[in-house]
Write a protein that binds this ligand. Structure first.
Ligand SMILES: NC(=O)C1=CN([C@@H]2O[C@H](COP(=O)(O)OP(=O)(O)OC[C@H]3O[C@@H](n4cnc5c(N)ncnc54)[C@H](O)[C@@H]3O)[C@@H](O)[C@H]2O)[C@@H](O)CC1
Ligand SMILES: [K+]
Length: 523
């Protein structure tokens, strides 16, 4: 899937060097470009040249030994980027074939300037082509540079550009897309047929990842993506509003809870974890172990009668209270003692658990997290949704989310449903997965940058509940606890994958590597 590098521990992540990573729509990106041109100030063609230098550098970094590149150029500035990159690669001694999909009358101003510059460059062959038979030969060792359409795409491709996309996708050669795979819209992809989008090996995207890169159905188009900062004006980046943001290390560092030198276990909060049922005690153990490594002072595990020994042996650090029932969570007691409560992993959907959860929602005064079966119960007994205290954190995976918010037909719609639900019920609503999303009570939506698909294994969700619960208990706000918890959890996953690989990764590895994840953020 996505990028490999970030630092020595990261297995799958995105190469970034920006501090705050807002995500903008294609229309806003155009606005930011224009603002930068006026206020830097810089001419648009000089900005294109700067972009081309950055792109050429990145391409040579990925393909140092490739000698021949075939560049497909569209009429707009994406094509202009392609022409400028072709010139710079040719100046590095590479062999360049450029396929122009359109006549120069259709070119944007800066594309035309770069076309004229390119004509004076050696080692470059320009082809104005409008049928497949005339395309230059493309060997498996060559690399395609896709510079047909970027953020200016206004409709699905058809006709000649569609034929070219089909051809490129049928070839063996690797493809590097400039800014975006041609044919892929930046946001809502509904109505864009899957055969009309370039399947890139690498996408070199300018300044910001585009929203559509985070949708699972687009992985096959985007390939590995790398975000290249191109120096757009910081004022525009801070003032233009967007509900979308990408969580990076610099976002989470300020959220780290302070550790008072004279603190004692009472200073750092007391978490009540209601997790596990008969036969599902692993959920209780994993969430308790994770909570203990989240910095919390005390953790109490509430478990069915007769199951306490399992937790006490597996996690000697936690206190255990046993329910009256031998099978599942059935009643609450002394909940005012705790500074936060996390409920759900492995509790079952038993009738007794439903009654107890309802009672909990009536009486709870501390910050609350609901996961797994607690979410399944409230999805079925929907009047409980109105009982959710404001700022409750809900941590569903996609299937659990759909039970709460309804089905979606594409990922953009899923984001909208998630945002609307968080706004309506004033909760923090996650959707766990690659680039876990966090919808905030104000309707904003954040994407996490850490984690890898080795974490798609049983028990990792229980670990997340324990971590976020532990942070809540220390007094972090729900929003901060969710952001920091999700980031730490993914980071522990990346560290684990770096040590033992994704295949062997287990939920316990995440717990074991939480310490390194904390240290990595503290660095
Ligand atoms: N982000 C930035 O700050 C910068 C972006 N630049 C580049 O500029 C690109 C955006 O340039 P443009 O706004 O000119 O847009 P594009 O180059 O993406 O495409 C616009 C052109 O394609 C045509 N078009 C759109 N959809 C079509 C379709 N389905 N079939 C056929 N033709 C179609 C339009 O009529 C227009 O001629 C970015 O993707 C990036 O590559 C850089 O040059 C400069 C800096
Ligand atoms: K492109």
């Amino acid at each position: 899937m996505y990028w490999v590098d970030f630092d020595k521990y990261f297995c799958f992540s995105i190469r970034l060097s920006l501090t705050i990573m807002k995500l903008f729509s294609s229309t806003q990106i155009k606005e930011i470009d224009e603002y930068s041109i006026v206020h830097e100030p810089i001419t648009s063609v000089a900005l294109m040249e700067r972009v081309a230098e950055i792109l050429a550098h990145a391409i040579l970094d990925i393909y140092p030994h490739v000698n021949r590149f075939l560049v497909f150029c569209g009429p707009g500035n994406n094509g202009g980027d392609g022409l400028a990159v072709a010139r710079l690669l040719a100046l590095q001694g590479k062999c360049l074939d450029i396929v122009l999909l359109y006549d120069q009358e259709k070119f944007s101003t800066d594309t035309l300037i770069n076309y004229k510059r390119l004509k004076k460059t050696s080692c470059v062959t320009l082809h104005r082509i409008d049928k497949l038979e005339d395309l230059p030969e493309l060997g498996p060792q060559d690399v395609v540079i896709d510079a047909m359409f970027g953020t200016g795409l206004s409709r699905p491709l058809n006709g000649w550009p569609l034929e070219v996309v089909t051809y490129i996708n049928s070839c063996q050669a690797e493809v590097v897309s400039i800014d975006m795979p041609s044919g892929l819209p930046g946001e809502d992809c509904s109505g864009f047929p899957s055969d009309g989008i370039v399947c890139a090996t690498n996408t070199l995207t300018l300044q910001f990842p585009k929203l559509s890169f985070f949708f699972p159905e687009n992985e096959k188009y985007v390939g590995l993506f790398q975000v290249l900062p191109i120096g757009l004006h910081p004022q525009a980046l801070t003032t233009i509003p967007t509900p979308y943001q990408f969580i990076t290390a610099s976002n989470v560092k300020p959220l780290l809870p302070k550790r008072a030198t004279f603190g004692h276990k009472g200073t750092f909060g007391h978490l009540l974890l209601i997790a596990g049922s008969k036969g599902m005690m692993g959920a209780s153990v994993l969430s308790a172990r994770a909570a203990c490594r989240a910095g919390v002072g005390l953790v109490t595990s509430h478990v069915p009668s007769g199951q306490g020994q399992i937790v006490q042996i597996a996690v000697p650090e936690v206190l255990v209270v046993e329910d009256m029932d031998t099978v599942c969570f059935s009643s609450i007691s002394n909940i005012k003692t705790y500074s936060a409560i996390a409920v759900g992993p492995g509790i079952s959907k038993h009738q007794k658990a439903r009654v107890a959860l309802r009672q909990l929602l009536k009486e709870v005064e501390s910050p609350l997290l609901l996961d797994a079966d607690a979410l399944n119960i409230i999805a079925e007994e929907r009047d409980m949704l109105d009982m959710l205290p404001p700022n409750t954190i809900l941590t569903p995976h996609p299937k659990e989310l759909s039970r709460l918010v309804g089905d979606w037909s594409n990922s953009f719609q899923r984001l909208e449903l998630q945002q609307a639900f968080a706004l309506k019920y004033q909760v923090v609503l996650l959707c766990k997965g690659a680039f876990t999303t966090i919808a905030l009570p104000n309707g904003d939506l954040l994407f996490n940058s850490t984690g890898n698909s080795g974490m798609a294994t049983g028990g990792t969700g229980d670990v997340l509940s324990g971590i976020i619960g532990g942070l809540l208990a220390q007094g972090l706000t729900s929003v901060d606890a969710a952001i920091l918890g999700v980031y730490l959890h993914g980071l522990a996953g990346d560290i684990s994958a770096g040590e033992i690989g994704q295949q062997a990764l287990t939920a316990s590895d995440l717990v074991n590597n939480l310490g390194k994840a904390w240290l990595s953020i503290l660095k």
